[in-house]
Write a protein that binds this ligand. Sequence first.
Ligand code: ATP
Ligand code: MG
Length: 396
Amino acid sequence: MDPISNPYAPGAGTPPPELSGRDELLEKVRIALERVRRGRPTKSVLMVGLRGVGKTVLLDRMREDAESTGIQTMRIEAPEDRSLPAILAPQLRQALIRLSRNEQARELARRALRGLAGFVGALKVKYNDIEVGLDLEPEPGLADNGDLEHDLQALLEAVGAAAKKAETALVLFIDELQYVDEDELAALIVALHRAAQRQLPVTLVGAGLPQLRGRMGRAKSYAERLFDFPQVGPLPPPAAELAISKPARDEGVAFEKDALDWIVRETQGYPYFLQEWGKHVWETAERSPVTMQDVELASESAIAALDESFFRVRFDRLTPTEKRYLRAMAELGPGPHRSGDIADELDRKVTSLGPTRNNLISKGMIWSPSHGDTAFTVPLFDEFMVRIMPGDDWRA
Ligand SMILES: Nc1ncnc2c1ncn2[C@@H]1O[C@H](COP(=O)(O)OP(=O)(O)OP(=O)(O)O)[C@@H](O)[C@H]1O
Ligand SMILES: [Mg+2]
């Protein structure tokens, strides 16, 4: 069909033509943020899910929705190798400058900007990746102890006071939160907790891989009570069908029922895969309605495309030892698998594989759903590993 009107959008954080199956979660967050604005007790929301399920896209949509109701937002993505203060400071500065345009809130926003100056000055030694322009002189004693846990708390209190005065809320949208160090997560948890206790309109909507939940609990044991951890997973069949059929229908193209069924089965309802299949089916089919034969043909090129992009970028970041570990896991199937079984595949002792496993966890490739279990964070990665490392050579 006409490639110019191909509606599907495989990509990282690329908004889908139809954000299917997520209305409940969007509504839940909408309510939570409105409650925060009104100073009502509310849990912060942390979405957890595997790679490619649509966490980033949800975060962006939630942020747009919030902004459209006048809520102030900050959008941050935690990279693997930067400190939380460094990624937070520039965004906080911008939010405070916006808040200071509000007449009622000007004084408090300026005070928070002074707090930010103190915060940055005191923490620059420890977190030397902080780089931010400062607008005002620090206020001695405000957020300038040099202790992240204390200073972040004081800073978010000052920010919250300004937001409250402006009758808005300030919402931190943070993606890839699993990459933040545990002591920095702890500081964030304490600061949000404090703001909530004081009924200040500051909150977090975060997203991360499934290991985030455990990291939050280890950072502060009470985190479990402070946060909601909605799981973002594959779409149930009706929502997966809609994700494919609706954008096509908008372009005047129909799908035969068994063609849709086939796509849903092949993709297992994973959003990234749905977009990839949609795109390739569109390219393959010559006319409407799309048939099962079209899908069958397109599946091959869809898988090849995934192998060269979605899977490949992750595979290329691995050391040879890490590749062998994942290949051994794949040999056992989709998982989760017991660490002992993986070690057996490799003819090694569990303890000697500990460092490899830990590295794979910090790279975000695997996680531990329960003690001693290991699972992939990328859906269908087991099948990819078998394709890319076929045969038995990896055992040698
Ligand atoms: N509800 C949905 N319906 C249809 N397609 C979706 C949906 N959510 C996301 N997608 C599509 O899935 C792909 C992946 O989305 P996104 O990048 O948000 O996932 P992610 O969970 O953030 O992945 P990662 O963990 O790799 O960052 C995008 O191409 C997006 O358009
Ligand atoms: Mg993402």
